[in-house]
Design a protein around this ligand. Structure first.
Ligand code: HPA
Ligand code: ZN
Length: 333
């Protein structure tokens, strides 16, 4: 089963590029930029990767970002993930970046996006890994700041396909960003939002009805409300489930009680993703492997989830079919 999971062609749809920042690279870039980290060494830093909730993780995640200063830093970060994606048979990846995490520290928007974009184009030509770029809005900041970010993105519209919503969920419902997402939609962007990770099922409903999302990130807590579940099924709305993230951030107490199987059985459109792999103990294949073991998922379940990953992507129908064909070729042998 492990070999099968490692080999199966798949797409990743929920991945924060800043969450792929491995301690080794972090220390290397810190040294290069003459920045002192608050941790003596890699071992010391890794000891801090013990989170009671989303906020404790975010505090460390934002701290790690402080060493990213130059275009090449964002390029190196993105390229390291793309090499990993290639190794894991990820044919297509839809990655998020948080521009405000960097612009708030005085780094220019173009420095960030130029570095990320250069790695993404190179991956397409050199690795054959395709991608979409999702610009995520930090929900703990005011809506006005999101409007500024949307404006900064305008010259790079060709490079950005989707606007997302992430960071501290509780107390920052999707409706707080109603106007900025309306503007983003009018400008032609697709929309995603983190909802129902720590926040209540109402936040999922708001993401659907107020932001008009094309996909929900996480959505675990939807299961607490049958009406929300029926609504998601009726809309064929994809959820990007992140098992190891859920475990590390105490959204679930154990992978054995993770709701993924129940979601599949109910007919929800679920995918598996890694979220912030450098912090949560595994990349995409590790997420598939660990959840398969914990829930005793069948090969058929794995094929279903990999199929969903292409179907729920923002590729066009021709591109989706080409990747689904590769998946079929793999499962037919
Ligand atoms: N949830 C919300 N915001 C985030 C996450 C997450 O898992 N990772 C990075 N920003
Ligand atoms: Zn996330």
């Amino acid at each position: 089963m492990k070999k099968f999971i490692e080999g199966i062609p798949k797409a990743e749809l929920h991945l924060h590029i800043e969450g792929t920042f491995e301690p080794e690279l972090m220390f290397r870039i810190a040294k290069r930029n003459d920045i002192k980290l608050n941790y003596k060494n890699i071992k010391d830093l890794k000891k801090a990767y013990n989170f009671a909730n989303l906020q404790e993780f975010l505090d460390i995640y934002y701290m790690g970002c402080n060493v990213l200063l130059h275009e090449v830093d964002f390029y190196d970060l993105t390229w390291a993930y793309l090499l990993k994606a290639k190794e894991q048979n990820i044919l297509h990846t839809e990655i998020m970046f948080d521009p405000q995490t960097h612009t708030e520290r005085g780094i220019s928007f173009d420095t960030v996006i130029n570095g990320i974009h250069r790695a993404l184009t190179q991956a397409e030509t050199k690795l054959g890994v395709t991608s979409k770029l999702i610009m995520s809005i930090l929900r703990h900041l005011p809506e006005q700041a999101a409007f500024v970010t949307l404006e900064q993105a305008a010259p790079f519209k060709e490079w950005i396909d989707v606007i997302g919503l992430d960071s501290s969920e509780i107390g920052h419902p999707p409706s707080k960003f109603k106007r900025v997402f309306q503007k983003a939609k009018e400008e032609g962007y697709l929309i995603v939002a983190h909802a129902g990770e720590e926040g209540p099922p109402d936040y999922v409903t708001e993401a659907l009805e107020v932001l008009h999302v094309n996909r929900i990130d996480h959505g675990n807590r939807s299961l607490e409300d049958n009406d929300v579940v029926s609504d998601l099924i009726e809309r064929k709305m994809a959820l990007t489930i992140c098992p190891l993230s859920n475990l590390k951030l105490k959204v679930v107490s154990d992978l054995k009680v993770h709701p993924l199987k129940e979601m599949l059985l109910k007919g929800l459109f679920v995918t598996i993703n890694s979220d912030d792999p450098a912090y949560f103990g595994g990349y995409l294949n590790e997420n598939y492997i660990e959840i398969q073991k914990a829930l005793n998922l069948s090969k058929q379940d794995i094929v279903q989830i990999a199929t969903n990953s292409f179907k729920a992507s923002f590729l066009n129908e021709i591109e989706k079919n080409a990747m689904l064909l590769k998946l079929k070729e793999f499962t037919d042998v």
